[in-house]
Design a binder for this molecule. Structure first.
Ligand code: IMP
Ligand code: MG
Length: 182
């Protein structure tokens, strides 16, 4: 942990701020869903930490499922589709579906994913993102439930990674540029 922490420029969101925000989001969701049963889809791997905190504070009945997706192409390919590496294990038709994602950045991944999920005819389809980087958006997509809006900086921790590391940090920190610009 100490070695990882040396590469953090600054703590952007503390553990305490995260815990308070998760409760706030859960209250918003409780008001919205009331007693409806909701299928929560955790988008692997970045949202695992957020997902497990959130599921323990909402009051409506939930079912869990998991998806793993990867964007096609690279930054020179606009829009595109997503490749589903792992799909949900149930038919989402007629279900209230809430997708839980770590961060909404350009919006490419989620725009493509939502088009595919929408085609499966859920009763409702909503998006919850722990973090939102509005400055980077290239697609007109907004989350229905947002944790924190953050500036255009590369962040890690609380599930978010750089090269599969730093996910275990209990806070969100800005990664030192020297780590990824070397
Ligand atoms: P996009 O919205 O299609 O650009 O992709 C969002 C995905 O990019 C997220 O699910 C993350 O995996 C990754 N990502 C974007 N910004 C960051 C960041 O600051 N830290 C870590 N991962 C990020
Ligand atoms: Mg990632």
């Amino acid at each position: 942990m100490r070695e990882l922490e040396q590469n953090i420029e600054k703590v952007l969101i503390t553990q305490e701020q995260i815990a308070a925000k998760v409760k706030e989001l859960a209250a918003e969701m409780d008001a919205f869903y009331q007693d409806k049963e909701v299928l929560l889809i955790c988008i692997l791997k970045g949202s695992v930490t957020f997902f497990s905190d959130l599921t323990r504070v909402v009051s409506f009945p939930v079912m869990y499922d998991f998806m793993c997706v990867s964007s096609y192409g690279n930054s020179t390919v606009s829009g595109g589709s997503v490749r589903i590496l792992k799909d949900v294990s149930v038919d989402i038709a007629g279900k209230h579906v809430l997708v839980v994602e770590d961060i909404l950045d350009t919006g490419n991944t989620l725009t493509a994913l939502f088009a595919q999920l929408e085609a499966r005819n859920p009763a409702s389809l909503k998006l919850c993102c722990f973090l939102d980087k509005p400055d980077r958006r290239t697609k007109p997509i907004e989350a229905d439930f947002t944790g924190f809006q953050i500036p255009d900086e590369f962040v890690v921790g609380y599930g978010l990674d750089y090269d599969e590391q730093y996910r275990q940090l209990p806070y969100v920190g800005v990664l030192k540029r020297s780590v990824y610009e070397k």
